[in-house]
Design a protein around this ligand. Sequence first.
Ligand code: PLP
Length: 429
Amino acid sequence: MTIDNNQRLFERARTVIPGGVNSPVRAFKAVGGTPRFITRAQGAYFWDANDQRYIDYIGSWGPMILGHGHPAVVEAVQKAVTEGFSYGAPTEREIELAEAILALVPSMEMVRLVSSGTEAAMSALRLARGATGRKHIIKFEGCYHGHADALLVKAGSGLATFGHPTSGGVPPEAVQHTIVLEYNNVAQLEEAFALHGNDMACLMIEAIAGNMNFVRATPEFARRCRELCTQHGALLVFDEVMTGFRVGLHGAQGVLGITPDLTVLGKVIGGGMPLAAFGGPRAIMEQLAPIGAVYQAGTLSGNPVATACGLATLTEIAKPGFYEALSAKTRTLVEGLKSAADAEGVPFSVASEGGMFGFFLFDELPQNYATVMTTDNARFNTLFHGLLDRGVYIAPALYEAGFVSAAHSDADIAATIEAARQIFKTLAA
Ligand code: PLP
């Protein structure tokens, strides 16, 4: 009998790491089975502990937009490593990365670098409260902004009421100022502002949501978010940790043509290293310490190796034609999947923007979290495991978006569609 090295590692991991993983979705809890333990990655592929190769549509949950091991990025990181890992003092490279980000995101006049999307969203929230002197915040069901207490919250019982904690360890008091609304529901949004607009610090949103699979804010909903914030003196915060430099060179704000007050970035700006950021107009950003009264700090913030990785990544994605090629590739994938599903009579809908995509096992694209969650788990799991068995790795949960990189070849896309076609036959039966 052959030894399953993934299983062996999973058992070992579970004795020393809670659930065997350092971030919950990696554990395959939603889909069942054994998580793959990855040993190496190159281009569009990674290999597990059994030396099985997978076409990777997770890309480290978004950052690996160039694919794994891009030569220019590897070279920049190798050089940076020889110069020292971390100084705890400022570097020129931090300025270069800040300048590169600001040049691509016109709504931002200043940026602060941090180490994770959670940290960036949490800091943006504190800054919004500090800058406005207000308490309340709006977030939307199905949007994820990292695991800061005030953002781990589900909707309250009534319309536009305050939420309840979704995690143990979060006291109700920590979420008592968080209002959770339904995504794309303009009436609820208007009601929340009518009731609480005077004390609203900010509205935080994934304007193209990637944490309930892939759901776009409708143009009207996005426009009303902007208008109501302006009208009530609240800050509009776009969480672009996932969409920033992923759906296009100017993020979801570029796609939607909406200018937020604050932007939260992560994932792609670090190219796979721990790096994230938040930024906005100078007048707001200068309320941060050491100039202003809003405290925020980090031992590893602006880390020299991470910034080298981020800068090299941004240099590559800013090259002419990058997003046109990436978008075309992603469209080929989702349209191919849709045709294959249609041919077998399997209800299926798809969406993509830039290098980010989603698909649903029903005909209509959903507009909110509740509809996404009506997906038949068993059918999704059949698709997930069928693809995995055929060497295609998609997110092990139906509420996650997928990511295509510049390294995915036409042959990879064709192989993925062919693998899905075989599974659609069983789903149709
Ligand atoms: N915001 C969004 C939109 C995200 O997708 C994520 C992570 O997936 C986060 C924030 C949190 O980022 P991190 O996992 O780096 O803390």
